[in-house]
Design a protein around this ligand. Structure first.
Ligand code: COA
Length: 337
């Protein structure tokens, strides 16, 4: 008989941080031709948080990480892998924001790297953390989604500047031998044929920084909003149905559906397609806007801090973003309350 004990990956703790400054819809009314009513009706967003000029993505990430590490009951030294999902790194393209975060947290001589999957970054990162842990290579992964999205937003473009906010979320993904705690399944996918739906054309090898590039505003996020919206509803609906069916789990067993917080109408459409009750659906888009890779861990932290998220609760995560990328995950929460 073999003595082999399988090792699983589990979400042991969550943390998040938002910078204090708020940009409300009425503030935006003074900046572009828009209205509180239009923004609320089309997106569900009331306000978003914006970091000060001297605050970097890594600073937001460090605050979120400190909470997650403390709540996991571990020390920074116990972490053996740091992954930061971001499309607004401290520097394009080196050093990675993960290296800067590790240094600020006092984590030394540990593998650290960033991943770029836009709004899907956290769930993509979860799949990487899971693989590292289940292969036996790592024991405690600090997985972060952090964005200073305001740094790539053109505040004269009303079609995008109303949508995005800044923030960070962090989770500790650890090894466990308790099968009831394991991350059950993750589906992640991409289709690069839609790469122009949501992009920042510069800086990069296609458009290196020049005066002309800056004058054209190519460093700012561009989005085919309506096309992205339709594809998001279609893809997310299909994706959540597939992951539930694949694992033989019906939607009424989900304690918390935690979708990417881009637009209330997208979330409602996906929730309706699964016949979810209002109390199953986590909504934070109204107060944070779209914080890209940070949105899902920030939303998990919200229900954790409000006491709604309990040990063993089943979560369904679902996200969609630039690339285009999309991903869903089924997992219990295995943190202490
Ligand atoms: N205030 C007022 N009017 C605005 C506006 C604003 N902030 N932004 C756009 N409009 C106008 C448009 O100019 C257009 O006017 P027109 O009909 O005279 O041409 C009209 O509103 C409708 O624009 P449209 O882009 O078709 O609206 P929409 O219903 O698709 O809503 C978004 C726009 C951006 C809110 C929506 O498309 C969206 O949420 N897209 C997906 C975002 C997303 O999910 N991203 C996912 C990955 S992060």
């Amino acid at each position: 008989m073999s003595n082999f004990t399988p090792v699983y990956a589990t979400m042991r703790a969550i943390g998040a941080y938002v910078p204090p400054k708020i940009l409300s819809n009425s503030d935006l009314e003074k900046m572009v031709d828009t209205s509180d009513e239009w923004i609320l009706k089309r997106t569900g967003i009331k306000e978003r948080h914006i970091a000060e000029a001297d605050v970097a993505t890594s600073d937001l990430a460090v605050e979120a990480s400190r909470d997650a590490i403390a709540r996991a009951g571990i020390e920074a030294q116990d972490i053996d892998l740091v992954i930061c999902a971001t499309v607004t790194p401290d520097y394009f393209n080196m050093p990675s924001t993960s290296c800067i975060i590790s240094n600020k947290l006092g984590i030394r001589n540990v593998q650290a790297f960033d991943i770029s999957a836009a709004c899907s970054g956290f769930v993509y990162g979860l799949s990487i953390a899971k693989a590292f842990i289940e292969s036996g290579m790592k024991k405690n992964v600090l997985l972060i989604g952090a964005e200073k999205f305001s740094s790539i937003v053109d505040y004269t473009d009303r079609s995008t500047c109303i949508l995005f906010g800044d923030g960070a979320g962090a989770a500790i993904i650890s090894a466990t031998t308790d099968a009831s705690e394991k991350i059950i399944d993750i589906h992640a996918s991409a289709d690069g044929s839609y790469s122009d739906f949501l992009m920042t054309p510069a800086p990069g090898t296609v458009n290196p920084v020049t005066q002309e590039v800056i004058e054209q505003g190519l460093q700012y996020v561009k989005m085919k909003g309506n096309e992205t919206f339709k594809l998001a509803v279609k893809t997310l609906t299909k994706d959540v149905k597939e992951i539930l069916a694949h694992n033989g789990i019906s939607s009424d067993k989900i304690d918390h559906f935690v979708p990417h917080q881009a637009n209330y109408r997208i979330i409602k459409a996906v929730g309706d397609s699964l016949k979810l009750k209002e109390e199953q659906i986590i909504l934070t888009v109204g107060k944070y806007g779209n914080t890209s890779a940070a949105s899902i861990p920030m939303a998990i932290n919200d229900i954790y801090e409000s006491g709604r998220l309990r040990y063993g609760d089943l979560m369904l995560l679902d996200t969609f973003g630039g690339g285009l990328t999309w991903a869903s995950a089924l997992l219990p929460f295995a943190g202490k309350n």
